[in-house]
Ligand binder design. Structure first.
Ligand SMILES: [Zn+2]
Length: 216
């Protein structure tokens, strides 16, 4: 939805992009909207210290990376052809409450064909070691789909990895921005009697000046 609002491609085509490519585009859209600086907070599990993080989007996102679409694996007599997950697969898996079932569904969606010594089998019939090899190959083909931040606590030196999800990060930012704009509209409409449309047509700088005048 976010990407469709920011470009003129149909939502269905965007939903079929590999997750890493989708996220690279979200990083680019976020950069053109709010800039490249990202800030976040994390809590150390070792001592409870609250860490404030600030980093540049270019450290996390590698735009234009070519993601392989045709993946295959030949291991222990199993031949599997598959692709990396997209947003539609993740949405389908997210509807299932049980993690194991969600994992199997994701696998079924991404596997194009699976055979054991020439006989066709289902995703659920694949042994655990083959499934692990498949997920490792997916991670390798689309590294940007799972961004991990390497964190170190300055107080107790505890080190850990935290996932960074541009999708939820960007939504939260837009939400906060929209709430702030609504507050500004409320103040200016109450003070001057302007309509919402009129206030939104005023540049951000002039809006700020009027707000300062109203707030005295
Ligand atoms: Zn700590």
């Amino acid at each position: 939805m976010l990407l469709a609002a920011g470009c003129d491609q149909p939502i269905d085509a965007l939903a079929r992009l590999p997750v890493g490519e989708r996220d690279a585009r979200l990083f680019a859209l976020r950069e053109s909207t709010f800039g490249s600086r990202l800030t976040s907070v994390a809590t150390c599990a070792g001592c409870g210290e609250r860490l404030e993080l600030s980093f540049d989007a270019s450290h996390l996102s590698a735009a234009g990376q070519q993601i392989e679409d045709e993946l295959s694996l030949d291991v222990d007599g199993y031949q599997v052809c598959f692709r990396v997950p997209n947003s539609l697969d993740l949405m389908a898996a997210a509807n299932l409450k049980e993690t194991g079932a969600a994992r199997t569904l994701l696998l079924e969606k991404c596997i194009r064909s699976a055979e054991q010594r020439g006989d066709e089998i289902t995703a659920a019939q694949l042994p655990e070691n083959v499934v692990e090899r498949i997920s490792a190959r997916m991670r390798e083909a689309d590294p940007q789909a799972d961004i991990q931040l390497a964190l170190k606590c300055p107080v107790c030196s505890n080190e850990w990895q935290a996932a960074f999800d541009i999708e939820s990060y960007f939504w939260i930012e837009i939400n906060a921005w929209a709430t702030r704009i609504l507050g500004e509209i409320h103040i200016l409409a109450s003070a001057y009697g302007w309509s919402e449309q009129e206030i939104l047509r005023v540049s951000a700088w002039r809006r700020e000046c009027y707000l300062q005048l109203v707030n005295g």
